[in-house]
Design a protein around this ligand. Structure first.
Ligand code: RP5
Length: 179
């Protein structure tokens, strides 16, 4: 029996393409998340049950993604003592500004840590960093990940300095259109 410490919930299956980045980050750090579709509007009773029980079931941090009238992260935060990270999912008509404003403007007393529109990857990383505060081996992995980011930028800069910005741009655009 595994006991997930991160829960990744989302208002609809249409949020999964966005939220998969948070799942992928957790898996990269060998943290298997609990993943569930829970809607503040369509399954409100399940939302209340989940939010009230999550901390008793070993969950340490909740990532909640939602779009449009994105009430899920705030309502879960209101019902749970756990840290909640909100992911504003990009909406069709308002491009996720509605989601962002719905999630980020929480009243005093009920915080939701909100990442950028669509940036479930950062939500995953923040959840890992929250767990890592109590787990030195996980913190070492976070430090190694940060080091890899620095090395990646240094490698890019060396390549830019070697080939010049015009060739670098051509290569970059070719790689972007291929990938
Ligand atoms: C929200 O409504 C969900 O989080 C989703 O982002 C949005 C649209 O849901 P669907 O109509 O695609 O199910 O509750």
């Amino acid at each position: 029996m595994s006991h997930p410490e991160v829960a990744i919930i989302m208002g609809s299956d249409s949020d999964l393409p966005t939220m998969q980045a948070a799942i992928a980050v957790c898996e990269d750090f060998k943290v298997t998340p609990h993943v569930e579709i829970i809607s503040a509007h369509r399954t409100p009773q399940r939302m209340v049950e989940f939010a009230q029980q999550a901390h008793q079931q070993g969950i340490k941090v909740i990532i909640a993604g939602a779009g449009g009238a994105a009430h899920l992260p705030g309502m879960v935060a209101a019902l749970s003592p756990l840290p909640v990270i909100g992911v504003p999912v990009a909406s069709r008509h308002l491009k996720g500004l509605d989601s962002l404003y719905s999630i980020v403007q929480m009243p005093g007393g009920i915080p939701v840590a909100t990442v950028a529109i669509g940036n479930a990857k950062n939500a995953g990383l923040l959840a890992i960093q929250i767990l890592a505060a109590q787990r030195p081996e996980l913190q070492e992995q976070v430090i190694a990940y940060r080091r890899s980011l620095s090395e990646m930028v240094q490698d890019k800069q060396e390549q830019l300095a070697t080939v010049g910005y015009q060739q670098y741009l051509k290569d970059y655009q070719a790689a972007s259109s291929a990938g």
